[in-house]
Design a protein around this ligand. Structure first.
Ligand code: ADP
Ligand code: MG
Length: 282
């Protein structure tokens, strides 16, 4: 029996929710309300990165956030992750005000930043060590998640022995190791070639369905945002504001051939038009 199954068996009310697979706490809702963020640069200049950003996600939803480079996507994700502070406004996770990093939240960054002297399994276990979890349980879960991301058999390898796509998979398994109810991803596939990126997008949807977590993924690729998102949050250039939230009514089971359909093209050109209008596609 996998550790995921063990968690479900121990948590009967959760087992009734078939969609919530791995997370013992279940998928977490989140919300931004009136978020402003101003950075002060070393020369004393104020840079407004985010201006009055408000939106909410339901438990289990996959939200993508798309906007031009420098519009504040990473800032927004870091505020939700609890690793940066908003200048004003509130953030909630699981219905409670967010107060800092939490094991409820897993984060995947653009570069996987693996420790070169640690094996794949040891890298995956880092957040469990930081959170002082039961390491025997965490190890079983790490092995489950490595298998889920397609790395069964690579547990003892070192990062230098893996391709870029495989390293990013380790980053995803590592983000999942504490069974987060919320998974945050900051342009996770930006450094990958186009074909690997398509494969990883499909894999991510499968992993998302299996883990049951709510996901917020930020990207500057409009097709990626439409392909992955239940809803797409569109941001303006800096200072980042939400200009549009698009409900993507494509079949829940996304397949790559959908990218060539008129419906998919209509979503992409609609969002591109919106970004053009706000000056985001200069
Ligand atoms: P994105 O991820 O959309 O490219 P970021 O959130 O990284 O955007 O940055 C938004 C804006 O805030 C940019 O203009 C960036 O230069 C500025 N910025 C980000 N981090 C800092 C920081 N630590 N200090 C000062 N300015 C910052
Ligand atoms: Mg960024």
């Amino acid at each position: 029996m996998s550790s995921n199954t063990l968690f479900l068996a121990a948590d009967a009310p959760l087992a009734a929710h078939a969609a919530a697979a791995a997370s013992p706490r279940g998928a977490a809702a989140f919300g931004f309300d009136g978020i402003h963020k101003t950075y002060r640069s070393t020369d004393g200049q104020a840079v407004t990165a985010l201006q009055d950003v408000s939106f909410h996600a339901a438990p289990g939803e996959f939200l993508t956030v798309v906007g031009p480079s420098g519009c504040g996507k990473s800032t927004l994700l870091r505020i939700l992750a609890g690793i940066a502070q908003a200048t004003s406004g509130t953030v909630s996770v699981g219905g409670k005000p967010s107060t800092g990093p939490s094991r409820e939240i897993g984060v995947v960054f653009q570069a996987p930043v693996l420790l070169p002297w640690r094996t794949v399994l040891e890298n995956t276990l880092v957040p469990a060590q930081v959170q002082r979890r039961d390491m025997a349980v965490a190890r079983r879960r790490a092995l489950d998640y490595l298998s889920m991301v397609g790395l069964k058999g690579f547990e003892g390898k070192y990062p230098r022995e893996l391709s870029g796509g495989m390293q990013q998979r380790v980053g995803i398994a590592r983000a999942l190791v504490n069974d987060p109810g919320l998974l945050l991803m900051d342009e996770p596939f930006g450094a990958l070639d186009a074909m690997t990126r398509e494969t990883m997008n499909l894999e991510l949807l499968r992993i998302k369905a299996q883990s049951g977590a709510t996901v917020m993924l930020v990207t500057h690729s409009i097709p990626e945002a439409v392909f992955l998102g239940d809803r797409v949050v569109v941001m303006s250039p800096r200072p980042g504001r939400v200009t549009q939230i698009v409900q993507v009514d494509l079949p829940a089971q996304r397949t790559l051939d959908m990218i060539n359909t008129d419906a998919f093209g209509a979503y992409v050109s609609g969002i591109r038009g919106n970004l053009n209008a706000s000056g985001g596609l200069d």
